[in-house]
Design a protein. Structure first.
Length: 530
């Protein structure tokens, strides 16, 4: 009987893997590459072949090196408008991630919760969105959660072999995205101190000294290996006469050394510096949009809670709140999940940077895992409990299939779902340039000859065979001349949701009040002028 149960469990996990792969691949073939993908792939290829880490100083290299691996086989991969090969790398990571979610949740909350957590992961639109794009976010999230999992299962007895393996994963996590340094590292330290109340004693540190030194050494060595053991100044190679560091170096010897003397991990330290400048200086414009308000200064304080509220399926919100209420007394057993959630939320609450859900994808996944213990609530009316859970999951699936395969366009039912999400969010929260493939199909199906297009993205629409007149847009690759918008009879206007705001079309009295429109590709507004 026990063997049969094990077989059924394995069959369920395999089935969910097949469902997950099918949904992810459907997104790959039906969406054009999104805004950042080709940049990440090309930059990652430069990291792998030229070891030049000046190509993008805002994040460490590992995740982009991973998505660029197909270019080592075929250097023309980046020209694919769907980036199928690089996206398949991320799909493999996402499939591995689903297994990790099952194992981690099982350790934390039991088998029933593990099944629910795996199900939520498989049918979550935000996971499906970033689980098939060739970007850093899913790779970073996988390594982030894997680090927490290894700590959790090994914390009672860390042998030297386990420390070495853990350090390698930690080093790769730190090299996958700079936010690992600010989110994961402090969270791990806080969790470790809670788990080891004797940390305040000198004896504790004497006992742990060798283990800690080994961990630091292997972590830094792994991190440096992703830079191919290159040397670079702490402030990075970049000669610009107007650069403040150049002027400071004339009078400050330490700045001069940091600017000119190559050192191990200099590139990583330079990246930290660059991120601090980006996040906290006024040198970079911080366009953000929420609930109809477009700002160049960000929306500190309330932006992220609203983004989470808008983009998270209502089912998960209800599961999380219920779990938090029922299991609050067990919080000390769940610190490995709760502390990162709390720390990350507190860290990003007041930032002015344009933040999108993908930046905190690890937090989102931890919330999903914690929510799954709702199935463990003891009640005399078991049938009613499972009936409610099943009903909410079916509602969740209904919301998913309304946006399939354009998962990134999902907003929950409180915010009008798929069609009206652009009124609340944009950019990578809704429109990331993914809609060109479907727009081409829409043009062919409706025999549209007079098309005016304002596209947000980095793919030239002509590559997909679109015939159009270019109007004011936010396209990185379109080489056509830009014309003024014209409302002529029998014409069709297609405007990416992000361009709708960034290019000012939402203020255009000629079209903003037109009620008759479609949305194609989950992101492009269609206006038909009869």
């Amino acid at each position: 009987m026990k063997n049969k149960t094990q077989i059924y469990r394995v069959m369920f996990v395999i089935f969910m893997q097949l469902v997950l792969f099918t949904l992810l691949f459907k997104g790959v073939i039906n969406e054009s590459r999104v805004y950042d993908e080709v940049t990440y792939v090309k930059v990652g290829y430069g990291f792998l072949t030229k070891h030049d880490f000046r190509l993008d100083p805002f994040n460490p290299p590992f995740a982009r090196e991973l998505v660029a691996l197909p270019m080592l086989i075929n250097s023309e991969v980046y020209k694919d408008p769907r980036l199928i090969a690089p996206r398949m790398v991320v799909i493999v990571v996402t499939l591995l991630f689903s297994l990790l979610i099952y194992l981690f949740t099982k350790k934390l909350f039991g088998t029933a919760a593990a099944f629910l957590s795996l199900t939520l992961f498989t049918i979550d639109p935000n996971i499906l969105a970033h689980g098939h794009y060739a970007t850093m976010d899913m790779i970073f999230s996988f390594l982030f959660v894997l680090t927490l999992y290894l700590y959790f299962i090994w914390k009672k007895k860390f042998s030297y072999k386990k420390i070495i393996f853990f350090s390698i994963i930690l080093g790769l996590t730190l090299s996958s995205k700079i936010s690992a340094l600010f989110f994961l590292f402090p969270s791990l330290i806080i969790v470790y101190f809670f788990d080891n109340p004797k940390w305040k004693t000198i004896t504790f540190w004497k006992e742990k000294k060798n283990s800690i030194l080994l961990l630091i050494f292997i972590t830094l060595l792994t991190l440096w290996s992703t830079y191919f053991f290159t040397f670079e100044p702490l402030l990075g190679y970049r000669f610009d006469p107007e650069r403040p560091a150049i002027k400071l170096a004339e009078t400050n010897y330490l700045v001069k050394i940091a600017l000119t003397q190559p050192m191990p991990l200099g590139s990583y330290i330079s990246t930290i510096k660059q991120q601090i400048l980006y996040n906290y200086s006024g040198w970079y414009r911080k366009d953000s949009f929420i609930m109809g308000d477009l700002s160049g200064l960000g929306h500190p304080g309330y932006y992220f809670p609203l983004i989470i509220l808008i983009k998270t399926p209502i089912t998960i919100i209800l599961f999380f709140l219920t779990s938090a209420f029922y299991f609050i007394k067990k919080r000390k057993k769940h610190l490995v999940v709760l502390i990162p959630i709390t720390f990350v939320l507190a860290s990003i609450m007041f930032t002015k940077v344009t933040l999108v859900l993908r930046y905190i994808l690890p937090l989102y996944i931890l919330i999903m895992m914690y929510s799954s213990q709702v199935i463990n609530i003891n009640t005399k009316k078991t049938v009613i409990k499972y009936g409610i859970l099943a009903g909410l999951l079916l509602w969740h699936i209904y919301g998913l299939f309304k946006v399939t395969p354009h998962y990134v366009s999902f907003t929950n039912q409180f915010f009008d779902g798929y069609k009206n999400g652009y009124k609340y969010v944009f950019d990578a929260n809704y429109d990331w340039g993914q809609g060109l493939v479907v727009l081409k199909n829409y043009q062919d199906k409706n025999n549209i000859s007079d098309l005016q297009l304002a596209y947000f993205g980095d793919l030239d629409p002509k590559i997909l065979g679109l015939k159009y007149m270019r109007i004011k847009d936010a396209s990185l690759s379109d080489t056509q001349k830009t014309y003024d918008l014209k409302l002529t009879k029998n014409s069709t206007i297609a405007i990416s949701a992000t361009c709708w705001y960034l290019c000012g079309y939402y203020k255009d009295t000629r079209i903003k009040d037109i009620e008759s429109y479609d949305i194609v590709g989950g992101s492009i507004l269609i206006f038909r002028i009869d």
